[in-house]
Design a binder for this molecule. Sequence first.
Ligand code: HEC
Length: 160
Amino acid sequence: MKRIFLFGGSAILVLVVVAAVVMSLFNLSALPEPGRAEIWLATRGKHFLVHRASHGPLPAEPTDRASSIQEGNTLFGTECSECHGNSGRKPTDSGRWMYPRAADLTAPEVQRYSDRELFWVVKNGIRLSGMPAFGRVESDEHIWNLVHYVRTLPSQEAPH
Ligand code: HEC
């Protein structure tokens, strides 16, 4: 009994020391660029989790694609550009210096998401990042409009 207690006690001590070392190494600043290994791991993990979470019934898409894109453009200006920038590809100062950084929405890692996954991201946001959930502020139809608009970003002219 006493031995078990002693073992338990030293295991806790080891954990406390490890936690203290990890915390002393952890940099709370959002300034340093994330390392390549961190970006790779975070991106893979995120895509896996989004893929897994986005199964299930999906609300119907607006059928008129052209007007959906047009409305998405207006919504993007009021709700997304404050972080992702007007073009979606060049984050604003606040988007750029968040950690993780606001995504370049024209990047292959973002465009590789299926429509269903993009819908999920905009509706649910990304936990532990600056990406907000729009599911309580926007209708499903508006979220579809945003998804359709995000698809048009790569073909738009790059900002100067
Ligand atoms: C307050 C800042 C902020 C606003 C506003 C914002 N985003 Fe984001 N967004 C982020 C950040 C930060 C990320 C990166 C999250 C990550 O890397 O985990 C992101 C990521 C994304 C992604 C890609 C997901 C990924 O894998 O990185 C999409 C798509 C996206 N945003 C779309 C939108 C749309 C559409 C809007 C407007 C309806 C919007 N965002 C508004 C900060 C924001």
